[in-house]
Design a protein around this ligand. Sequence first.
Ligand SMILES: [Mg+2]
Length: 362
Amino acid sequence: MTSEDVALAAAAYRIPTDAPEADGTLAWDSTTMVVATASCGGSVGTGWTYAPAAAVAVVEELLAPVVAEDRDPLDVEATWEAMVRQVRNAGRPGLVGMALSAVDIALWDLRGRVEGRALADLWDATPVPVEAYGSGGFTTYDEDRLTTQLGGWRDLGLRDVKIKIAESWGHEEQRDLERAATARKVVGDDIGVFVDANGGYSVTQACGVGRRLDELGVAWFEEPVSSDDLTGLDEVRVSVRADVAAGEYGYDEASLARMAPYVDCLQLDVTRCGGYTGWRRAVAAVPPGTELSAHCAPYLSLPVAATTPGLRHVEWFHDHVRIAQLLVDGCPDPTDAHLAPQVAPGHGLTFRTAGAEAFRVT
Ligand SMILES: [Mg+2]
C-alpha cells in the first residue's frame, strides 16, 4: 500500500459533562475529543484523544504531511517514527503527543480493518480480559451523587473504585477524608478504595493525609504530589501503605522509564503516550517487573492493555465511559469486573460520526 491510498483527517467534538466536575487542581464542564480518521478505499481507521481542539491543527499541519510521504503509512511503527522526527521543534509533550496518539491509533485501526485482523493478531499476542476499576468521585459531587456513583460501580461488580481528593489544592483536607470514609462505607470492606490527589498536596501534607487514608484501608494513592516531583512521590511511597501511582503526563517512553522507579504502579495513557506504538515502546523501555495500569480511555486502551503482560487494570473513567457509550459502538459494560478483548478487526470500536455532529466544534 502506498501513501496515496491513505487520507488523514481530524475533527474535534466538545461534550458537556453530566454535572460540574473537578479534581484537586482543575475544574471542567465539558470534555473535548479530537478524532483522527485514516481512510483507505472503503476502510476507515479511527483514533482519538482528549485534547483541546487545537490538536486538529497539529494533525493537519504536522502529521498529515508525514502520512502523505512516499512510504507505506500502514507500516505504522515506521510512520510513527517519521511523525516523531517531524514534531521535533514543536515538542512532543502535551498537544503534539495527544495528536500523535490519535493518529497512531487511527493507523493501527485502519491496518487491522484492511487486513481483517484484530490488533492482538497484528502484534502476534494473545489478549486476555482486563480488569476495570471505577473512577470519578469528583470533588464537586455532593454526598448523594458520590454515593449513587460508587453504588453503581459496586452493583456493576467492579472490585475497586477511585475518587478525587486534595480539593482546592489540598485546602479541604477534612472533607477529603470524609469523602474517602464515605467511599469506604458505600462499597464495604471487600472493594478497594483508591484516591487521586492530582498533585494537589505538598509532600508533608500527602504523608499526613496518607496515614489517615491507611486507617481507611485505601489501597491506591495517585499523584499525592506533583508527578514532576519524583523524589516527593518516593517519599510518600515509603511513608504510606497505599500504593503510589503516577504517569498520566508521561508523553514518551523516556519520561515514563525515568518515573517508573519512583512509583508502585506506573500509569500509561494511550491517548497521550504516542498511541499503541508509544504504549508498546514504553512497556519495552521501563525496567522489567514495572507494575502498569491504563489511565483513562478504557475502551481505546483495551487492545493494547489486553496484550500487556501483568497489567493491573484499566480505568473505567466516568467521563470517557459516558462519552464512549454515547458516541462509539463496541463499548460493552465489564462482566465480572473485566473487559473482554475485542475480536473484531482493528480496535473493534466504531465512532458514530453522524451521531456526534451536534457536538462538533472543529
Ligand atoms: Mg489521575
